[in-house]
Write a protein that binds this ligand. Sequence first.
Ligand code: TXA
Ligand code: MG
Length: 351
Amino acid sequence: MTTQLLSTTEQDLERAAELIRSGGLVAIPTETVYGLGANGLNPEAVKKIFEAKGRPQDNPLILHIHDASQLRDFCREIPDAAWTLAEAFWPGPLTMILPVRDCVPKTTTAGLDTVGVRCPDNAATREIIRLAGVPIAAPSANTSGKPSTTTAAHVLHDMDGKIDAIVDGGPCRVGVESTIVDLTGEKPRLLRPGGIGPEALSALLGELEIDNAVTGEIAKDAVVRAPGMKYKHYAPAAEVLIVDGSPEAAARYVRERFHAGDAVLCFAEELALFAGCNPTAYGREHDPASLSAGLFAALRALDDGRVQRIFARCPNGGGINVATRNRLRKSAGFHIVNAEAVDPLQVTGDK
Ligand code: TXA
Ligand code: MG
């Protein structure tokens, strides 16, 4: 199959909508990451998403809608909190988990009785959804396990020949996937940190439980609420090791262990400190939005077959840094060292 590249002209959006309506696969731009879209009400079309990505069948998809009023079409028992969050954050990087209506096929929800719904902050994609007349089921448009795609070129790299079209809407502004909040339990629960920080959610909701998946590693056989959180994720071919601690301690730690084939992923403010250690900046520490926006592109750029090990610097604190930290930790398989707790005289040259 030849993958068509489409723009955001009205004519191309109509073409994209037609492909969706006729059961095709179209990558769509959103403010978070590119999505791999299909008609969310057509099980045959949805099946193709899993095939193109190599995605496990037990991992449900998010339904994308063009207007909050569409929530009623696909969800039941919608609590007031859902309308409050929709009013505050939609269109935007927030996915809500709610009880699903029967019209949504089991292939989309992976058999769950709930569904994730999101209204993305991208006018072209909302227009495609409106023109198609169906909700678009879309996971991130990357090969399963790899960093998500934040440009049309990333999507082409992973999906060329496997999908019908890619709508190029430019680079994604947020750069990490949406915040997921489960509203089906007694208390709202954060399942995945994203573009909306946990503080902004609790300020509106009053209370917010934080799922273990947000901060910690999950055992392979654990029962998790967001099935996707248990899989290996965002991993480049190179091994990633997070080096925490002061910039000086981290630079010393890396220098003592640096080999040919290693690289450093750091904040722009630290580039000089890591000079000689093949450093790449993914954003500025003092501009958290630049870190989330640049993370996946930087991980992909380092995934060139030449880099074997990446020493990565990870931001602290709240807001979107919670999401950046979560993605980076997952890409590192939770391998984290504190450079300040390592005695520089006793360890030399180990891994
Ligand atoms: O920003 C985003 O959310 C992007 C763009 C394309 O919208 N989409 C995205 O989809 O990140 P995906 O499939 O890569 O991640 C969706 C996550 C998975 O971890 C999945 O298990 C979880 O959401 N999920 C989906 N439906 C769920 C449900 N009913 N209950 C719990 N978790 C659910
Ligand atoms: Mg994904």
